[in-house]
Design a protein around this ligand. Structure first.
Ligand code: HEM
Length: 419
């Protein structure tokens, strides 16, 4: 995202000074300036299911409380994922279908075909390889010198993981995060003026590369990477003949595993520095790592929202939602809901029920890669603790401009070796 995000210097207004009517949380600069906390606190307190009649992304409902989010996410019959899961509408001339933005039956068929790549049995197969890659990355880092953690660790590690899940040629792996950036840079997530011609050029390159890979995999015995699985499943084997559908699902699988895990990797380092008592707790007891991983994912909430469309008139939180209305579940708010989560603004690595967050969603679309993301973070932190006394954050991070992906473009750190 770093190359394409515009920087916005004007400070967003104090949310408590704005009228609730027309209160608009879709502005990407709110998130880039990390000011969303008070915006959503206001909504949770005064209008937990709130209607914004007009914004750059049109009219939309905001659902901000934990239980209401679960209610919407678990009811795919009334709240459809078609035509898109981001707040902005897809452009009329470019709407690649992907299973995250579909309802049953097609959703279920395509998810089932791809899922074995990240099934528990497959993950235990991958664990050694991931650990080896984590160790290589960490062993190559400079000790005692400032560098950007986002580039050297977060992006590199998630890129290697993605290349593994696709069994994509390892030497070309850096194309994957680039295509992910191209796919996520759009008006639909609040990045105005994204150049469509530029996007299409690169997305076509992505499609061409994976089409070639697909034909190779189809001719070989079935393996457990995403492409081989889709190419061999009787229900999806013809997807290659529908290039726009193939591109849509590639975008889903590339983006799904990229920004999310990347930003959780950066977020963890940042939070431990913001909450030094928690870093001390981790050093005293590294067995807290698996629990901490869930807390990092809650506290970061790498995807701020998912959007649905009401398929019938319905009621939520005392508000009448009409058929066709856009309904946005703000996970970033649900994860800070004081009524559902104790001391939600604190990062507590030994939090009880740390996995009870909404960052992975609920229901039929619940994140397919949640276990692989957790495993990656767990291994990373085990190996960090084996090597470094301290990962010191030496400056404030720069953040992504998006109302969808919450994350960092720059996080300056200095590593301190173990004595
Ligand atoms: C779906 C978050 C990592 C693949 C989702 C959803 C969320 C999410 C919020 C939608 C849930 C809903 O609508 O109810 C995250 C977070 C991650 C992460 C926070 C990391 C911390 C991954 C990884 C992959 C992945 C590593 C693997 C490539 C997917 C896919 C879907 C999905 C394919 C669509 C599932 C469906 O529609 O059935 N993710 N994700 N995600 N995620 Fe993740």
């Amino acid at each position: 995202m770093a190359d394409t995000a515009q920087s916005i210097d004007v400070e967003v207004p104090d949310p408590w000074s704005l009228p609730l009517e027309g209160f608009d949380v879709s502005k990407a600069e709110i998130f880039q300036q990390n000011k969303q906390g008070e915006y959503f606190r206001r909504l949770r307190q005064e209008a937990p299911v709130h209607y914004c009649p007009d914004s750059a992304v049109g009219a939309y409902w905001s659902v901000t409380k934990y239980n209401d989010i679960i209610a919407v996410d678990s009811n795919h019959k009334v709240f459809s994922s078609v035509p898109s899961i981001v707040i902005g509408d897809p452009s009329d001339d470019f709407q690649p279908p992907m299973f995250i933005a579909m309802d049953p039956p097609i959703h279920d068929i395509q998810r089932k075909a791809a899922q074995p790549a990240v099934a528990p049995s497959q993950l235990s197969e991958l664990e050694d390889l991931i650990r080896q890659r984590v160790c290589n990355i960490l062993d190559g880092l400079p000790v005692g010198q400032e560098f950007n953690w986002v580039d050297r660790v977060s992006i590199e590690l998630t890129t290697q993981m993605l290349a593994t899940l696709f069994d994509y040629p390892f030497e070309d792996r850096h194309k994957l995060p680039f295509w992910s950036d191209v796919a996520t840079t759009s008006d639909a997530v609040g990045v105005a003026g994204a150049d469509m011609e530029w996007r299409m050029k690169h997305l076509n390159e992505c499609l061409a590369s994976f089409t070639e890979l697909w034909h190779q995999r189809a001719a070989e015995p079935r393996k457990f990477d995403f492409i081989s699985l889709l190419a061999h499943d009787p229900q999806t084997k013809d997807m290659v003949n529908n290039p726009i559908e193939l591109l849509g699902n590639l975008m889903l699988l590339i983006v799904g595993g990229n920004d999310t895990t990347r930003n959780s990797i950066s977020g963890g380092v940042y939070f431990l520095n913001k909450f030094p008592d928690q870093y001390a707790k981790l050093k005293a007891d590294p067995s807290l790592i698996p629990n901490m991983v869930s807390e990092i994912i809650r506290y970061q909430t790498p995807l701020a929202h998912m959007r649905r469309v009401a398929t019938e008139d319905t009621e939520l939180g005392g508000q009448k939602i009409r058929k066709g209305d856009k309904v946005v579940m703000w996970y970033v708010s649900g994860n800070r809901d004081e009524e559902a989560i104790e001391r939600p603004d604190e990062f507590l690595i030994d939090r009880q029920n740390a996995r009870r967050h909404v960052s992975f969603g609920f229901g039929i679309h619940r994140c397919m890669g949640n276990r692989v993301a957790e495993m990656q973070l767990r291994i990373l932190w085990e190996e960090i603790m084996n090597r470094f006394e301290h990962v010191e954050v030496v400056g404030e991070p720069e953040r992504v401009l998006s109302n969808f992906v919450l994350g960092y473009t720059h996080l300056p750190v200095v590593l301190h070796a173990k004595a």
